[in-house]
Each structure stands twice: as structure tokens, then as C-alpha cells.
Design a protein around this ligand. Structure first.
Ligand SMILES: [Zn+2]
Length: 261
């Protein structure tokens, strides 16, 4: 059953670059975005729009989903780019939905898989803490949506992330490490969560994020962000440098954190 198709839309050069640069740095395994990605993607915008226009999202399953935080419904979604002709790559994601999300503006968090953080409790990033914070906040409100994209680092992959970690161990920051690895951006950045929100008939959200660029990207895709709700995790000795890089190089907003030089 196909619930929705992504409406074709065009991002400006800046918006696309911002989208690529920062999409989910604050929600996931971070270590896979870099400025170079953005620069490389600019000439590809025409191709990007062609690909986007063919993206569809399909609801694969829905089930009851009790959790430590409360009772959700879990919906499984898959996408397939049918018109690109280059071997359509399927993306998968789940949406955890609690309560009434169609009246007003529900709290929404978009999280990308971070195996090291989400499963193993890595202290190199703040992904797991942000994930748990999001689920907890949704549960406290009794309503909201958490979209969890299955691709580690949006398709860049776990192995590449570990390589980036190794570079960071040699003294590079998270952005520099990615640049040295020469990753290309996922051109369908944000298309999956946007498609899921539309499939769920959610047009307005309060976005749980520290990333103003993500707000802009969602709005460009037709999702109204009525409020950006901070999702800030206190830094530890392991994450201080990483969070500072996100703040200084990626423009993330941290109300309680001072950059120390
Ligand atoms: Zn992580």
C-alpha cells in the first residue's frame, strides 16, 4: 500500500548544501557529514531533483510497540527510487508514534541510526542520549513522533564511521576526518523523513533538534516547523571536542554550552 509520494520540490543551492552539511549531525552518528559534501553536491542539484521526484515511500507494516518510555505504534517504511535507472536503492526507516499527532503541532525527532551510540552506548557521540531524551520527552507529552532511519550515517556506513574515528584519534576533528575520507553526500538526504511525515499526514511539527539548518530543510520540503525544541545533552570529557566542532563548524545551537578556546 503506497501511502504517499514525495512531492517534487526544488532546494536552493544554499538549502541543499545546508541540508547535506547538517542534516542529522545532532541526531546520529555525526561523523559522516562534511563541508566538502556540500560543495560537491551543488553541481548535482539538477540530478538530485530528478531523483527526488521519483521517490516514493511505502508503509510496510504497523504494530503495537510498548517501550521503556511508553506505548507507541511502530510503522515500518521503505522507499524506492523507481525512475533513476541506476539500480534503485531502497531505504528503510521506522516511525514511532505516540498519541494524537494530527491536532496541533506534534513533537518530532528525526534520528539516524548510530550503532556505536544507540546500541553500544559509545561516549564518542551524544546520539544515544539524544535518542533517549527524545523518547522521554514524547512520552512525557503523551504524543509525538520519532523517525529512525536505518541507514548508518545515511548510507555511508559503519565501516567508514570507524575509519573516521581512527582519523580523529590521529588528531583530526570530526569534519576534517570526513573530508579526508572523501565521502559524498547522500543525495536523498531528508527525503525519507519528509516522506514519512507526509505519509502520516503530519504537516506541522515542533522539531526536536539543535540544528537550525534542519529546520530550514524541512520547511523547504513542505513541513511547517512551528518551533525548534532544543535537544541538548550535557557534554562529557569524551564529547566536548566533538560537540564544539558541531557548534563551531556546523552552526549547531547550544543554549547552555560555552565554547572554550
Ligand atoms: Zn552517534
Amino acid at each position: 500500500m503506497i501511502l504517499a509520494a514525495v512531492t517534487p520540490f526544488r532546494l536552493s543551492t544554499r538549502d541543499f548544501a545546508d541540508c547535506v552539511r547538517s542534516a542529522q549531525w545532532n541526531t546520529q552518528s555525526i561523523d559522516h557529514r562534511d563541508i566538502e559534501h556540500s560543495q560537491r553536491c551543488v553541481p548535482e542539484i539538477e540530478d538530485y531533483n530528478l531523483a527526488v521526484s521519483s521517490l516514493k515511500v511505502k508503509q510496510v507494516a504497523s504494530a503495537d510497540f510498548p517501550t521503556r518510555w511508553g506505548h507507541f505504534l511502530i510503522h515500518g517504511f521503505a522507499t524506492r527510487a523507481s525512475a533513476s535507472g541506476d539500480g534503485a536503492r531502497t531505504e528503510e526507516a521506522v516511525a514511532l508514534v505516540m498519541g494524537e499527532v494530527h491536532s496541533g503541532s506534534p513533537l518530532v525527532r528525526i534520528h539516524s541510526q548510530c550503532l556505536t551510540g544507540d546500541v553500544f552506548g559509545s561516549l564518542r557521540c551524544d546520539c544515544r542520549q539524544q535518542l533517549e531524551m527524545a523518547l522521554s520527552m514524547i512520552a512525557q507529552l503523551g504524543a509525538g513522533v520519532l523517525i529512525y532511519e536505518q541507514q548508518e550515517g545515511r548510507g555511508i556506513g559503519l565501516m567508514a564511521k570507524l575509519q573516521a574515528y581512527a582519523l580523529q584519534d590521529s588528531g583530526f576533528d570530526t569534519v576534517e576526518a570526513n573530508e579526508r575520507l572523501g565521502f559524498k553526500a547522500d543525495q536523498r538526504e531528508f527525503q525519507m523523513p519528509v516522506a514519512i511525515l507526509k505519509a502520516l499526514d503530519i504537516k506541522r511539527v515542533r522539531l526536536l533538534s539543535n540544528n537550525p539548518d534542519k529546520v530550514a530543510a524541512l520547511e523547504n520540503a513542505g513541513i511547517q516547523v512551528t518551533e525548534r525544541v532544543p535537544c541538548e545533552v550535557a557534554p562529557t570529557e569524551h564529547t566536548e571536542e566533538y560537540l564544539r566542532t558541531k557548534q563551531e563548524k556546523l552552526g549547531h545551537l547550544f543554549s547552555s554550552r560555552r565554547v572554550q578556546h
